[in-house]
Ligand binder design. Structure first.
Ligand code: FES
Length: 139
């Protein structure tokens, strides 16, 4: 755990740094079940998110290495991270009514990232996803 900082810790550190306050050490505890690791990957504690309780559930994780990312439960113990940047022109898709929808020109993607409606021609890119016990590591 000493090589991790929580998302809250990261944000607080950023705000404090912007305000000129020195930060001695990041908090050791994860806030809210999402932890940004020092290498930029993100660890999600599965049990903290009701959205991941069922197969097909999806969670908007935030940025993973500066990429807006969703985590989708694809099976009993399988998950897939998706890069939410639309493959048409890069606008971030939003999770609406069970699909990822791009607000720019109307492309729509399934929860597995496949194109449902264009103009996008290619599905959402996958984010490297690793199940590690009760957590999923993205990036
Ligand atoms: S950028 Fe998403 S549909 Fe054009």
């Amino acid at each position: 755990m000493d090589n991790q900082i929580s998302r809250r810790g990261f944000i607080c550190a950023g705000l404090a740094t912007a305000a000129g306050v020195a930060i001695s050490a990041p908090p050791a505890e994860a806030a809210g079940g999402i932890i940004i690791l020092r290498d930029g990957r993100v660890e999600v504690e599965i049990s903290k998110f009701k959205a991941l309780a069922k197969i097909g559930g999806a969670l908007l994780v935030g940025n993973v290495n500066n990429i807006p990312t969703a985590l989708v439960r694809t099976g009993k113990n399988s998950y897939q991270g998706l890069d939410l940047r639309c493959t048409h022109q890069g606008v971030t898709s939003k999770l609406i009514s069970g699909s990822f929808k791009c607000p720019a020109h109307g492309s729509e993607f399934t929860k597995t990232g496949a194109v449902k409606i264009g103009p996008a021609q290619v599905g959402l890119n996958k984010i490297n996803t690793e199940v590690a016990g009760k957590t999923v590591i993205l990036g």
